[in-house]
Each structure stands twice: as structure tokens, then as C-alpha cells.
Design a protein around this ligand. Structure first.
Ligand code: PLP
Length: 446
């Protein structure tokens, strides 16, 4: 018998445990969602067996007639999901994930060491937008390109004035909109103007909000940007109430008209293959096609509206409970909470909540010194909205998080020393005195 439970009970058991964890916990990681059975079926299919380097109709291997049909269908659905005219926009659905998609764009339209500007990581940006520290060029983007980040202002909003001033001095070739932990929309018209004033390309990485964009409940980056990238598995991953959510992957949308003298279509397709990738993951493209099918349905829009309504309810209750929210609230699917004024940090809160089956992540907030012990937590509404949560459940979620924070504060005050390690050791010890409080919280969560 070749079924997994017989062929490899060890891996089968790990998967079973992970499934149970996902089912029992409050899944609040802003970049995660639950994919559907239909998508899983495509991802776990024979499509994984096939090599198909190249593009539909132009492959380097035989036997690709069905793969061609699949990739073409996926491209058509991707354009339709974002209301794009196929004469004006094209898409490459082969990127293996979000970071490779971004790097492929950079290599397509820039030369090594050309200048880029993206939102700084501690201010909500993504590693692949050029993150570096004073000591180290952390991401490949900052190693191979010269990065000058822009940042948030004191209110926690993108500082467009500073972006403009810096762009005039730094003269980037590319400006990147988009973020991993920014609770507000981007001002695309303003960014377009800044990009035009210095002769830069404008790219939007909409990984976190692609579903909101497809449902037209946030601003439309396609109106203003030259290139738009996305992951396919996140948050508002292209989703609807028929339980269609994407597999892990990436997409790059590009204007068909040349921009700044560059034929984006050719440059981007060549950067994906043979530039940086080999054979496409056809099983992923199959799963992506499935998830894109329903992205235009009314139910899809209803879901995305609920994601936003739920996030607002969560933000409001957290505010009432005394929490400081970066930017003061949220217009999308996530809130970023600065827990420092509570006398605690994101790492300790994440740990305690994990033990109570509440899954979210520690996150840097403006003014932070350390990414390992940052001052904030990021909370997202998409996954639990998929599981049927409405506003009242998100109010209750805020209260459960608050209870967890109280436990974290108490544990911090009882730990043997001030270091995170002291705290983690204390929490893991069999004599941890707050065990009962935690298991009570966990039981209620589960
Ligand atoms: N872009 C943004 C805005 C993201 O938030 C992320 C992931 O968190 C990525 C890109 C990278 O995606 P991946 O993890 O699939 O490489």
C-alpha cells in the first residue's frame, strides 16, 4: 500500500499533528490562510511530475500540450481576477513564491547596483524590498542593488514627503510600494508622481492585499504601477466563500507597453526563466488556476468585506482595552499593536499566546531596536474570517489576546532575569506557576 500512513508513518504523523494544531488554534497570522480541498487536490496531483521550461507554446520539453492549456487558463484567470485588459497587461504565473517574484522583477528591469527604494523592514516593509542594517546587507536585494528605504512618520503613516525628498537626492531606478505589516492603503497617485519626477519605475508588491485588490475594496495599484507582484497563498489570498484559496506561489503582472524604454514582458519573462528559475511548479500553477476561478464571484467580495469589518472590530476592541495601534487603526486585514506601553514586548506575548493556541507573530514597530525582541505584534483577520468568524468573534478574540498579555506580564515579572532567554526558560519549566491560567485560556480558545 503506497498511502502515506503506510509508506511513511513518521511524516504522516507530523502532518496529522500540524493539521490538528491548525484546526485548534486561533490562526491570526496576517499572511496565512486555509487553502481548500480543491486546491490541495491540484497541488497533490500528477502535475508535479512534468518538466515544462519555457512558456505555453514555447517549451523546451515534449508532452506539454495539457500543461500549456493549464498555464494559459491560469494566466487568463489571473488577468480576469484583477479586472485587467489582456491587451494592456500580461502576467507570469511561474514565480515560485513572493520573494523570487520580486527578485525576478529587479533583475528584469535593473542593472546590478541600480538604486531602489522600498519601505523599511522595521516600518512594515518586506525583506525582499531591500532590507539592510548598518552592519549587514541582509537580503539578496540589498546585496545586488543599492537600497535606500523610506519610512513611516510619527503617526505610523508612510512619510511621502520624506520619500519625495530622498528620491530627489537618491534618484532611484525603482520605487516599491507594498508591505508586510502596514495597516493602511498606499497612496499610488502620489507615489506615481514621485517616481515620474525622478524617472523611476513604480512597482507594487500587493502580496498582503491581493484579495482586497481583486475584490476592489482597497485602492487599485494597476491604475498607477508599471509592475505588480503578489504571493498567492496569503491573507486575503485569492479567496471566496466557496473555500477557494491559493497554493504557495507568486505572480508578476506587467504592462505590455514599454516603460522607460524597457519591454517589460520580454524582460520579466526572461528573468523568470532562464534568468532565475528552471521548470515551473505545474502543480502549484494548477492550484492557482483553481483558486483564481472564483475570484470574481459576489461571495468573494462579501468575504473580503468581512475581512476588513472583522479587522476593524478587532482594532476597536484592542483600542478600548488600552492598546496602542500603529497608525491608530486599520483600513485592511491587519493591525499592528505596539505592546511596549503595556510594559512588554512582542516576543514574550507571541510565546505566551502560542502556548494558549493563539497564533500570531511578533513584529517590529517604528522605533524598535531589535527584530528578535521587537515591540509589537501583528494580528490578521483573513484566516479566521475563512473559518466563519464575524465581528463579535473578533471582539472576543481581542479579549482573549488581552488575557494572554496579562499572563505574559505576570510571567515577565516572575522570571529569574531580564533576558528573553530567562523568560523562555521560566515558561518552559515544569514548575511554571501560571500553567493553570494558561491551560484555562487554551481550553477556552480551542
Ligand atoms: N512580499 C510581501 C509584501 C510579503 O509580505 C511577503 C511574505 O511575507 C513576501 C513578499 C514574500 O513571499 P514568500 O514568503 O512567498 O517569498
Amino acid at each position: 500500500d503506497h498511502a502515506l500512513n503506510n509508506a511513511d508513518p513518521e511524516v504522516h504523523d507530523i502532518i496529522r499533528k500540524e493539521k490538528e494544531r491548525q484546526f485548534k488554534s486561533l490562526e491570526l497570522i496576517a499572511s496565512e490562510n486555509f487553502t481548500s480541498r480543491a486546491v490541495m487536490e491540484a497541488v497533490g496531483s500528477c502535475l508535479t511530475n512534468k518538466y515544462s521550461e519555457g512558456l505555453p507554446g514555447k517549451r523546451y520539453y515534449g508532452g506539454n500540450e495539457h500543461i500549456d492549456e493549464l498555464e494559459t487558463l491560469c494566466q487568463e484567470r489571473a488577468l480576469a481576477a484583477f479586472h485587467l485588459d489582456g491587451n494592456k497587461w500580461g502576467v507570469n504565473v511561474q514565480p515560485l513564491s513572493g520573494s523570487p517574484a520580486n527578485f525576478e522583477v529587479y533583475t528584469a528591469i535593473l542593472k546590478p547596483h541600480d538604486r531602489i527604494m522600498g519601505l523599511d523592514l522595521p516600518h512594515g516593509g518586506h525583506l525582499s524590498h531591500g532590507f539592510m542594517t548598518p552592519k549587514r546587507r541582509v537580503s539578496g536585494t540589498s546585496i545586488y542593488f543599492e537600497s535606500m528605504p523610506y519610512r513611516l512618520d510619527d503617526l505610523g503613516l508612510v512619510d511621502y514627503d520624506m520619500l519625495e525628498k530622498t528620491a530627489i537626492l537618491f534618484r532611484p531606478k525603482l520605487i516599491i510600494a507594498g508591505a508586510s505589516a502596514y495597516p493602511r492603503d498606499f497612496d499610488y497617485p502620489r507615489m506615481r508622481k514621485i517616481a515620474d519626477s525622478v524617472g523611476a519605475f513604480l512597482m507594487m508588491d500587493m502580496a498582503h492585499i491581493s484579495g482586497l485588490v481583486a475584490a476592489s475594496v482597497v485602492g487599485d495599484p494597476f491604475e498607477y504601477c508599471d509592475v505588480v507582484t503578489t504571493t498567492t497563498h496569503k491573507v486575503n489570498s485569492l479567496d471566496n466563500l466557496n473555500n477557494i484559496r491559493g497554493p504557495r506561489g507568486g505572480m508578476i503582472f506587467f504592462r505590455k507597453e514599454p516603460v522607460l524604454g524597457v519591454d517589460l514582458e520580454t524582460a520579466i519573462n526572461n528573468a523568470v526563466f532562464p534568468g532565475l528559475q528552471g521548470g515551473p511548479h505545474n502543480h502549484t500553477i494548477g492550484g492557482l488556476a483553481v483558486c483564481l476561478k472564483h475570484a470574481q464571484s459576489p461571495a468573494f467580495k462579501t468575504y473580503q468585506k468581512q475581512v476588513i469589518a472583522n479587522c476593524r472590530a478587532l482594532a476597536q476592541r484592542l483600542g478600548e482595552l488600552g492598546y496602542k495601534l500603529v497608525s491608530g487603526g486599520s483600513d485592511n486585514h491587519l493591525v499592528l499593536v505596539d505592546v511596549r506601553p503595556m510594559g512588554i514586548d512582542g516576543a514574550r506575548v507571541e510565546k505566551i499566546l502560542d502556548l494558549a493556541s493563539i497564533t500570531l507573530n511578533k513584529n517590529s514597530v517604528p522605533g524598535d531596536k531589535s527584530a528578535l525582541v521587537p515591540g509589537g505584534i501583528r494580528i490578521g483577520s483573513p484566516a479566521m474570517t475563512t473559518r466563519g468568524f464575524k465581528e463579535s468573534e473578533f471582539v472576543a478574540t481581542a479579549e482573549l489576546i488581552h488575557e494572554g498579555v496579562q499572563v505574559a506580564l505576570e510571567a515577565k515579572s516572575l522570571a529569574s532575569g531580564p533576558k528573553l532567554q530567562d523568560f523562555l526558560k521560566f515558561v518552559a519549566s515544569p514548575e511554571f506557576p501560571l500553567q493553570d491560567k494558561l491551560s484555562d485560556l487554551r481550553k477556552r480558545v480551542e
